[in-house]
Design a protein around this ligand. Structure first.
Ligand SMILES: Nc1ncnc2c1ncn2[C@@H]1O[C@H](COP(=O)(O)OP(=O)(O)OP(=O)(O)O)[C@@H](O)[C@H]1O
Ligand SMILES: [Mg+2]
Length: 373
């Protein structure tokens, strides 16, 4: 270390670092008199010695690239949301992805950036994921207005005053919804044979308990759309149930109603998505009861609740690349993890590719159609 001779430098404090002349460690832009470019000097002041020491200096370019990396590094901590607590607002439930808050008459649902795979929440956040899920559900809830749903408000500036202090956290990823009593069944609809449906078909020639004719290839379109419900497990795996078990659980009238609504929603969604180059191979809906009426709740045809395939890469006989978690699943399959919690940390590259896929799903489906020429 050598003492700085202030006569050789013109010194300017850099506001981007916690620098001030009184702090023991500070950073300054310094122009040597014989150079047009400033150097960045980090210096330490020693009160006992009564002098200032130069620790090291960086060229302007090195300093700028350091600042850019520091900014990029700090971005995820500003923008990603793994958990969400809103002091003063009562949290009712923390799901795999959503945090549910009690607003009295209504609920506040906040979609975090959590991602789960193989029924395990991963340690990473996927930047922008919560917003994609919320915006896509909002898009569908608006379009699918022939079935009542729980959505009340997504515009944060119109949220109640008690939520305004949290506007920056909530913007884009939150929805005020009707408080319903969820039905204890997940309403799965399949238009194509994939995942557990394909596994069951290979073992028993059935899908969700329905006999399906022989000779189908993996990912083939099913001869007819199938309603294959499952239980809604509080924790762990949702277990598939047969149609008669579903009727026993819900009662005939409700079971028939949610089956018909699920098929109608799926068929509409599939036809629309096809026009945007996406195959919705299957999806899962949740319904709840509000004031005696059955309404669609939770999320709607997002990459988390559905299998999205890019139509231009669809080829029966294998597993088409899916829009969302394919990179995550492939990486987890190959990293030697035993699929028991805790899950390993994903590499930055997998996180970035996954975030990009979620964004693409939203853009493809919800972007306004390009204007006719
Ligand atoms: N309008 C609503 N009224 C009551 N409960 C709701 C409503 N909308 C959603 N929920 C519940 O809020 C929770 C949302 O959490 P999240 O979407 O993370 O679900 P999860 O059940 O943990 O996982 P997954 O949906 O992947 O099975 C779910 O338990 C869902 O049933
Ligand atoms: Mg859910």
């Amino acid at each position: 270390m050598r003492p700085i001779n202030n006569q050789q430098f013109r010194i300017f404090p850099l506001l981007t670092l916690p620098s001030c002349t009184f702090s023991p460690l500070s950073a300054f832009a310094s122009w040597r008199e014989n150079s047009p470019f400033p150097a960045v000097v980090f210096r330490a002041a020693s009160q006992s010695l009564g002098s200032v020491f130069q620790l090291f200096s960086l060229s302007t370019l090195d300093f700028l690239s350091f600042q850019v990396s520091a900014f990029r590094f700090s971005l995820p901590t500003i923008m990603d949301l793994l958990t969400c607590d809103l002091p003063g607002i009562k949290k009712l439930r923390s799901g795999k992805v959503r945090e549910v808050f009690d607003l009295g008459e209504h609920l506040l649902l906040v979609a975090t950036d959590r991602i789960s795979a193989f029924d395990c929440i991963l340690p990473n956040a996927i930047p922008g994921k919560g917003e994609v899920l919320n915006r896509l559900s909002t898009f569908w809830f608006n379009r699918l207005d022939f079935i009542p749903n729980h959505m009340i408000e997504t515009e944060v500036s119109l949220f109640p005053a008690e939520l305004q202090p949290y506007a920056d956290i909530l913007r884009g990823r939150a929805m005020i919804a009707k408080k319903a009593t969820p039905l204890p069944v997940e309403c799965v609809v399949r238009g194509y044979i994939a995942g557990s449906g394909w596994k069951e078909y290979q073992e028993s020639g059935t899908v969700g308990g329905y006999k399906v004719h022989a000779g189908l290839k993996q990912s083939d379109r099913l001869p007819e759309d199938l309603f294959t419900p499952s239980t809604k497990a509080e924790e762990g795996h949702d277990e598939p149930i047969t149609w008669s078990e579903c009727r026993q659980l819900l009662g005939d009238e409700v079971a028939l109603r949610v089956r018909d609504m699920s098929l109608e929603l799926y068929r509409y969604g599939r036809a629309y998505a096809a026009s945007r180059g996406i195959i919705i191979a299957d999806t899962k809906f949740e319904f709840g009861v509000k004031d005696g009426e059955i309404i669609l709740i939770d999320e709607c045809m997002t990459p988390d609740s559905s299998r999205f395939w890019p139509a231009d890469q669809y080829q029966p006989g294998g597993s088409p690349p899916s829009f969302d978690k394919q990179f995550v699943r492939d990486w987890l399959e190959n990293c030697g993890w035993n699929k028991q919690p805790p899950a390993p940390e994903l590499p930055a590259e997998i996180v970035a590719k996954t975030a990009e896929k979620y964004r693409e799903a939203l853009t493809r489906l919800a972007a306004p159609a390009s204007a006719p020429n």
